[in-house]
Write a protein of this length. Structure first.
Length: 257
């Protein structure tokens, strides 16, 4: 019976596990840190809530050291991943993300042998964060720096590269188009000269995508105005617009959890 129970929970078909709904104070905390949450149509907000509950209960959160406000961090990290994937069917990221590790502040990585604020390890399907940097990312909602979104974007990219669904193929087409933009004469220089994207995003394609997701979520109006072609590519990759809610999304009848 234990083996059956464990296997059911592992593959998310556990009939014995009852998930609690989000409390009013939890919804308020999400709204305070994600302005877009309060603007969501009712159907999308309910969908968002169900997915946050699922993510928080199914991913393994591990805290090292004296980390304060653990439950709040669980909620906001779950909300970060879910809002980023709200337009996607594959929000579970079972191939790429099983564990979320949180340290109080900058930590030493034995794998890379250097200090980090956050990182994604695809081998162990783990995202690692420093709590103080997470909070700093939420404190200023329009500075285009959000560690939670950045690292979850890495996990999502790895998930989509490994899957063979239509959604994943569309995502990979988007990455290819972004690469083609970089190769277009003068475009990479235009990105660099704008100072809109963090310099770290120019490291490689994967880093640029994660940096761009931060901008896409925090300052969508500016992103669309300055780089409309790139904005459109990411909008198609995520199937969700942080600026405008398409009718097909806001009117969607959602059955899944």
């Amino acid at each position: 019976m234990y083996i059956v129970y464990y296997a059911a929970g592992l593959y998310h078909f556990n009939p014995f596990l009852r998930l609690k709904t989000l409390a009013s104070l939890e919804k308020q905390l999400v709204a305070e840190n994600f302005p877009i949450y309060a603007k969501l149509p009712l159907v999308l907000k309910e969908k968002c809530d169900r997915r946050i509950i699922w993510f928080r209960s199914r991913k393994k959160f591990v805290f090292y050291g004296d980390v304060a406000q653990k439950e709040e961090l669980k909620l906001l990290l779950s909300a970060s991943a879910i809002l980023m994937t709200l337009g996607l069917k594959n929000y579970e990221m079972m191939r790429s993300l099983l564990r979320i590790v949180i340290y109080p502040s900058k930590y030493y990585s034995r794998i890379n042998r250097r200090h980090h604020l956050g990182e994604y390890n695809p081998r162990f399907k783990t995202v690692i964060f420093s709590a103080d940097t997470i909070w700093e990312g939420f404190r200023i909602s329009d500075d285009n720096v959000n560690l939670a979104l950045h690292e979850f974007a890495h996990a999502l990219s790895f998930e989509m590269i490994k899957k063979n669904s239509w959604e994943a193929r569309k995502f990979r087409v988007g990455l290819k188009k972004i690469k083609e933009l970089f190769l277009r004469e003068g475009y990479a220089q235009k990105l660099a000269d704008s100072n809109y994207f963090r310099e770290y995003g120019m490291t490689n394609l994967q880093e640029f995508f994660s940096v761009a997701v931060e901008n896409y979520a925090e300052t969508p109006h500016m992103f669309l105005a300055d780089f409309p072609e790139l904005y459109g590519i990411i909008q198609k990759m995520l199937s969700f617009d942080f600026q405008v809610f398409p009718e097909e999304l806001s009117g969607e009848v959602v059955v899944e959890s």
